[in-house]
Write a protein that binds this ligand. Structure first.
Ligand code: SF4
Length: 680
């Protein structure tokens, strides 16, 4: 009998943190009738981009995985349907035979599609790994972990909010940060601009943020630390710093002042490609216009071996001008960061992890362990590992050697097609209760539909395995709602519960400060902003912020710097590289490489030409997109396309001694790539 249509309040299943958007879904007869933005959501105010709109085609999609699949050889025609018990039995049997240290869990954004910020998926998978004693690595190494390391060394991991930006900033510097990555910041950025705030964008290409800015600096990839050091040179050399703040709240100013003397704007001009007089003028503006907020990029800025150095050096600037701990100042909204007072309770049970031979939280080490026999069984939960790992050719060779690869996901993807032995159907965001958090608000995402086919949520898969493996106490909660209540039982929520959140209409403000470090107690051993870091020196890193000069480009057969980032038509490799959802496939059907007209002319390329992007590590195919938004010498494409990471470097950036310094991992690979482009 047909049912009536009902509207359910939920959240978009993408994780564009710090942007998360509210969504209203109309459901009828177990199907999605429509999705639209939620005007009452205080973060997104009705905004729902094309990716969010495309989410309506997840449910009822003919390409979706709807039952467990197995195969005995890794070819496309070998898949056959299996039942859940048989697949879980086989996985548990292989884990038992391989042993816990030869078993690994790798999770991606798909595992936290309806709980980003509250981290239920990552906490549960960590709990499973901790209680079993198997390998587990943090996925922030793919994204913001390295930038967080640099900022953390300086001591400013908290952020001022976007609402604070709108109300109070007199200057906003979008430093490698783009509005396509955090659309909900745009409204506040525009409000600040309308109030008269000066807007500056620094990026390797002319972004959407650049188009809205008073001034744009096209910077050479990997040279952001050089710009920040030269700004410090000017601010200190011309006496523009806040002496009272520096004296009270920083460590190592005298050493920093001596250290930055050689880093003149003229020196930085050579490194960055930005004229010396523009660098000096920008430094003076930043010191004089108060309050000034810097919004640091989330992921792309921190790729490359200088990425953490950039984050560390840039994070020194607000301290020099006294912009930390004040309204409108400091560092603005950033992926993976919390406002002052943010954070949730943990159920990860890290204290119960048994001793073992654990593979370090470092991408190069993981790839090596997958390839040299230390890992035999790999469970991939909501991730297209080949798409997200650097130097994907090496990773593919390693995956090929594993005894068992299991994937839990919504759709097939490149990794599953090539290397999985078992593919388990995951639930969509509407098929399980969830809870998401932005930097300021907590949201309930109610279950609106029964799981399609035989899809199961991740916690049920892990529970099934835990029972078979005899892992006591993996899931002591009476229900998923009970688990959510445990994680929400913390000061930032006012110790709320799902019932209270539901009664409030599914939206509650978090008890956080819009101003980071209002107490001026920073995240360092000294409690001060550390220009000089003993922690860095202790693990063999420079005690002061540095910039490593870029190798000369002309001396290589691969003279173009490849950068990557986000557009509004994709979210990494979600939904089989976006191609499983008709709306995204139509808007973004094939990989396009942005290239400057000058570089294209030198290679006789025209718009739309089929090209080969290659270097010593590998190659991938794309179409040429000629645009003067790219400076010569740099090419760019959105991430998430198959094979893009075949050309990026998987070399480690930080020493292993540095990996345990923060609660998030910092074992990111270099991801740098110098390439050449030719007609295919
Ligand atoms: S920006 Fe788009 S994809 Fe990202 S959370 Fe909002 S609606 Fe979803």
């Amino acid at each position: 009998m047909p049912q009536s249509t009902r509207t359910v309040r939920t959240m978009c299943p993408m994780n564009c943190h710090p942007t998360l958007c509210g969504m209203l879904v109309e459901v009828r007869d177990g199907d999605v009738v429509s999705v639209r933005g939620d005007a009452d959501n205080p973060d997104s105010r009705g905004f729902l981009c094309v990716r969010g709109q495309a989410a309506r085609d997840i449910v009822g999609n003919p390409k979706r995985l709807l039952r467990p699949l197995m195969r005995d050889r890794r070819s496309e025609d070998a898949w056959h349907a299996a039942n859940w018990d048989a697949t879980l039995d086989r996985i548990a049997d292989r884990i038992t035979k391989a042993g816990r240290e030869a078993t690994a869990l790798w999770i991606g954004h798909g595992s936290i599609a309806n709980n980003y910020g509250v981290s239920v998926g990552s906490q549960l998978s960590a709990r499973f790994a901790n209680l079993l004693g198997c390998q587990y690595w943090s996925p922030s190494m793919v994204c913001w972990g390295l930038g967080g390391f640099g900022i953390g060394l300086t001591g400013a991991l908290q952020i001022n909010t976007k609402e604070d930006m709108a109300a109070n900033s007199a200057m906003v510097v979008m430093w490698g940060a783009n509005l396509a990555s955090q659309p909900n910041t745009a409204r506040h950025f525009i409000a600040a601009k309308k109030r008269g705030a000066r807007i500056v964008t620094i990026d390797v290409r002319q972004t959407e943020a650049a188009a809205q800015s008073d001034e744009f600096f096209a910077i050479r990839p990997g040279s952001d630390a050089a710009l920040a050091l030269a700004m410090m040179h000017v601010i200190i050399g011309e006496g523009l710093y806040d002496a009272a703040f520096v004296a009270a709240h920083t460590l190592g100013f005298d050493e920093l002042a001596r250290h930055v003397q050689p880093f003149s704007p003229e020196w930085a001009a050579h490194e960055t490609g930005i004229a010396a007089e523009r660098i000096a003028a920008f430094a003076r503006d930043y010191a004089r216009i108060k309050p000034a907020m810097i919004v640091l990029g989330g992921s792309s800025l921190h790729k490359g071996r200088n990425g953490w150095q950039a984050a560390r050096a840039v994070a020194c600037l607000p301290a020099l001008v006294g912009a930390y701990g004040i309204a409108g100042g400091g560092l603005g909204p950033r992926h993976g960061a919390l406002a002052h007072g943010g954070g949730f309770a943990t159920v990860a049970a890290a204290e119960r992890r048994p001793p073992g031979r654990y593979v370090p939280n470092q991408m190069s080490e993981i790839a090596a362990a997958l390839g040299d026999g230390r890992i035999r069984v790999l469970l991939i939960l909501g991730s297209n590992m080949l798409s997200s790992y650097a130097e994907a050719g090496q990773v593919a060779a390693a995956l090929d050697k594993l005894d068992l690869v299991v994937a839990h996901d919504l759709f097939m993807n490149e990794t599953i097609r090539r290397f999985a032995d078992i593919a388990l159907p995951g639930t969509a965001w509407l098929e399980d209760i969830g809870c998401k958090a932005t930097q300021t608000h907590l949201y309930l995402a109610e279950r609106a539909l029964a799981p399609e086919g035989e899809a199961r949520p991740m916690q049920n898969v892990l529970r099934g395995l835990a029972e078979r493996l005899g892992i006591a106490d993996f899931y002591p909660w009476a229900s998923h709602e009970d688990l959510l209540d445990t994680i929400l039982d913390c000061p930032s929520t006012g110790r709320t519960t799902v019932a209270t959140l539901r009664a409030a209409g599914g939206i509650l403000p978090l008890k956080v400060s819009h101003i980071a470090y209002p107490d001026r107690r920073f995240d360092t051993p000294s409690g001060k902003i550390e220009f000089v870091s003993a922690r860095a020196a202790a693990v063999g890193l420079p005690a002061l912020p540095m910039h490593d000069a870029q190798p000369p480009r002309d001396a290589t057969a691969y003279p173009l710097v490849l950068c990557h980032g986000r557009t509004l038509t994709q979210f990494h490799a979600f939904y089989d590289h976006g191609q499983a959802l008709p709306l995204l496939a139509e808007r973004d059907p094939e990989p396009k490489l942005w290239i400057s007209p000058a570089d294209a002319a030198a290679r006789r390329l025209s718009e739309g030409d089929a090209i080969r992007v290659h270097n010593q590590r590998g190659e991938f195919s794309a179409k040429a997109h000629l645009t003067d938004r790219m400076p010569p010498g740099v090419v760019w494409m959105r991430d998430g396309w198959p094979d893009l990471n075949r050309v990026t470097s998987g070399a480690p950036v930080l020493p292993q001694a540095a990996l345990g310094m923060f609660h998030f991992t910092v074992g990111q690979a270099d991801y740098g790539a110098m390439v050449e482009v030719a007609i295919a």
